[in-house]
Design a protein around this ligand. Structure first.
Ligand code: PMP
Length: 354
């Protein structure tokens, strides 16, 4: 080790899903939306003026903040935006989790949470999911430094009823409770409805999934004015120009395209239910996903083997070599055509090999 390495902040980074490129690939590994963004969103992107790129963007991101506030019936002072919900969540960890007591999140969940906790030196405790992969409310009704719950959870896809989340909020008035709703548009009930009653609630959502804009990097959070002010203080102490001119224009345009996005959402949910039924017939078991992916396991064919075989066939799904879930595949919902190729491959493979 060189001398300067003693002063390095050493972290174990998050491993993002592969982003393979090339012809003929079916990419079902990072929960992207298989449909394009709304046509009006693409127009807004083309119309971004050179002058707005020459200049620094609006640090307050007002056009986007105001569009979000109007769409969700809030005041702009209750809205925070960032570079994808990863950025919003990272800011929220930095801002709100600065105590001695451990923050709580599930043992099987979005694997970025423990990375941010590690980066910022936040103590944390993982709460084991039940045998059926549900989040147990009672595990979160205890003294702690804060709570993060994704709803629906990832990679399981399981949604937690709003009444149970409210029980957790009621039991924790002294800490911030973050509900990560990256997948909420595909199913489940948003905790946004609880915002007026709970000043310690932060609801985080994204444009990456239901609005087909993972490449543009736009995320947002809703909370009471005081929470948002604290978040902005941290943001302005880190990077004031987080949202590019293009992201602001595209995000504001996307908010107005609810009708288009309702259509693509319905298609994805329809495909998801059809794929569940077909996977069931192939002998897979899976959780009742309310998101845009399915977390499935097969009694005879090891998930790792299937993952490798699918990759050979240029079909990318996600495999997590982690305790409790290392015999599962997380399969994002693509178009009907893509899912038919996947199902056809699985059918043939299972007949031959397993
Ligand atoms: N939360 C969860 C549960 C996720 O699965 C993801 C997607 N990787 C994110 C947050 C972050 O998504 P994004 O930064 O694209 O908004």
């Amino acid at each position: 080790m060189e001398a300067w390495e003693a002063n390095v902040r050493k972290v174990t980074p998050y491993t993002p899903g592969e982003q393979p490129s090339g012809a003929g690939i079916i990419k079902l590994n990072t929960n992207e939306n298989p449909y394009p963004p709304a046509p009006a969103v693409m127009r807004a992107l083309r119309e971004v003026e050179a002058d707005s790129l020459r200049r620094y963007p609006d640090p307050g991101a007002s056009v986007l903040v105001e569009a979000l506030a109007a769409r969700y019936g809030l005041n702009p002072s209750q809205v925070f935006v960032g570079v994808g919900s990863d950025d919003v969540l990272a800011m929220a960890f930095l801002t709100f989790f600065n105590g001695e007591k451990p923050i709580l999140f599930p043992d099987i969940t979005y694997s970025f949470y423990d990375v941010w906790a590690g980066l910022y030196g936040i103590p944390f405790e993982r709460q084991p999911l039940d045998a059926d992969f549900t989040i147990r409310t009672e595990d979160y009704c205890r003294e702690c430094g804060g709570i993060v719950i994704p709803n629906p959870n990832a990679p399981t896809g399981v949604a937690k009823p709003l009444a149970e989340l409210e029980d957790i909020l009621k039991a924790n008035p002294g800490v911030i409770v973050i509900i990560d709703e990256a997948y909420i548009d595909f199913g489940g009930e948003s905790a946004l409805a609880l915002l007026p009653q709970y000043g310690n609630l932060l609801v985080v959502q994204t444009f990456s999934k239901s609005r087909s804009l993972a490449g543009m990097r736009i995320g947002y959070a809703f909370g009471n004015e005081k929470l948002i002010r604290y978040l902005n203080d941290a943001k302005y102490s880190f990077n004031s120009y987080t949202m590019s001119a293009a992201a602001l224009a595209v995000g504001a345009a996307a908010i107005k395209e609810d009708a288009y996005y309702q259509g693509t959402l319905q298609k994805i949910v329809h495909t998801r239910e059809r794929v569940k039924e077909r996977l069931g017939r192939l002998g897979f078991s899976f959780l009742d996903s309310q998101s845009n992916f399915i977390f499935a396991t097969h009694p005879e064919c090891p998930a790792k083997e299937l993952f490798e075989a699918l990759k050979q066939a240029k079909i990318y799904v996600r495999y997590f070599p982690k305790p409790r879930i290392d015999n599962y595949l997380r399969i994002s919902i693509g178009t009907d055509q893509e899912m038919d190729v996947l199902l056809g491959f699985l059918e043939g493979y299972l007949q031959k090999k397993c």
